[in-house]
Design a protein around this ligand. Structure first.
Ligand code: SF4
Length: 365
């Protein structure tokens, strides 16, 4: 299969590993920002095959995991209202809030529907004008263009029964926040290829220069990751701190400018809280004034509620790379994909789910 098989070739993987071993003269700590990359690293056993001393730190790039608890609670409050249809991607329906999750609300009679695209939510709103249809819009720069297009379409159709509960976050400010933490151990980054396919990599250049940290735009297949790690280690060994692109088949420096235009028209940048990381300046998107009428939080007056994190869950430390899932006392016992205590065990991109799927065993009991 073109663009897949050639990036899973075991012979080439062995060659890249040998090159990595020959290149690395000392230990290096590299963060893969994206949860999709974490899954490939863990599922393929790449993290265990790396030369001794090269340590991968799992980053906060799971959109479900970083959605703040208060946003989930707001979505749950809206879903519980009669006459509303709460829509979102499948993973979001299982994430525990302070008290419940959307699937449990559906079992109690709420109209909660999984969708594959925000356009599906717009279609539901057009077909069912007597119901208020809300799309829970979370994610990084990757999902923002589709959500922007959905809001634009709802505007063109004159829909007054469609709105979005927005919790978009941006990757570069989160990387900056991690690097500003005095305890940060990260010496190089693998930047998420799909985020850069949309936004390009200009925003990463000042980060690489200011913090003297190499950043390699990297894809998601095993050979992408091995090559991305090798490119980053080469920079570290040579004392360079630049942005380089491993994912040339999908990413250009300027990204997808049409998608960027849609995002810039519908959203504006704002401060945002991240679950596990706390508030980060200019790290999120909110609806621009011209589209504020589509804001579900305003429409339903879904204001702050007292949130309650599960006391056992150490998701915050997992998301910053300070701990790994096997350090969590609940991992694999009280917290499993069937019965998750926290978002990193729910999401397809969550680090805890990746470790569990790979059969990694708990270390501290
Ligand atoms: S294993 Fe479960 S409880 Fe522990 S950090 Fe991960 S999601 Fe939270």
């Amino acid at each position: 299969m073109k663009y897949l098989d050639e990036y899973r070739d075991p012979r080439l993987a062995r060659r890249l590993l040998a090159e990595l071993t020959a290149t690395a003269t000392r230990p290096w700590r590299i963060m893969e920002v994206c949860g999709g990359q974490t899954h490939t690293l863990v599922r393929q056993g790449i993290d265990d095959l790396l030369p001794a001393g090269i340590r991968m730190i799992h980053g906060p790039g799971c959109p479900v995991c970083v959605t703040p608890l208060e946003v989930l609670d707001r979505a749950h409050a809206i879903a519980a209202r009669p006459g509303t249809v709460l829509t979102s991607f499948g993973d979001m329906l299982r994430v525990p809030g302070s008290h419940t999750d959307l699937l449990a609300l559906r079992a109690r009679g709420a109209d909660v529907r999984p969708v594959y695209s925000p356009m599906d939510a717009v279609r539901i709103a057009a077909a069912e004008p007597d119901r208020q249809v809300v799309f829970l819009a979370v994610g990084f720069e990757t999902t923002a263009p589709a959500n922007a297009l959905a809001v634009q379409l709802a505007g063109r159709l004159g829909l007054e029964n469609f709105s979005v509960l927005v919790s978009h976050v941006l990757v570069p400010p989160a990387m900056t926040a991690l690097l500003q933490d005095p305890d940060c151990e990260v010496q190089g980054f693998l930047a998420a290829g799909h985020v850069c396919a949309v936004m390009g990599w200009r925003a990463y250049e000042p980060i690489a220069a200011r913090y003297r940290v190499p950043i390699t735009v990297t894809g998601f297949e095993p050979l992408d990751l091995l090559e991305g790690i090798l490119m980053t280690v080469r920079q570290l060994e040579e004392g360079r701190a630049e942005v380089e692109n491993q994912y040339t088949r999908a990413v250009r420096r300027d990204g997808n400018t049409a998608a960027q235009r849609a995002v810039a028209e519908v959203f504006r940048v704002a401060d945002r809280p991240w679950r596990g990381l706390g508030p980060i300046p200019a790290s999120g998107l909110v609806l621009a004034p011209a589209y504020a009428r589509f804001d579900a939080a305003e429409r339903f007056q879904a204001t702050e509620t007292a949130t309650r994190e599960d006391p056992e869950c150490i998701a915050g430390q997992i998301l910053t790379g300070a701990r790994v899932p096997t350090d969590c006392p609940a991992y694999g016992t009280r917290c499993t994909p069937r019965s998750p205590l926290g978002a990193p065990m729910v999401s397809g991109e969550g680090t805890c789910a990746a470790y569990h799927a790979a059969g990694k065993e708990r270390t501290s009991r």
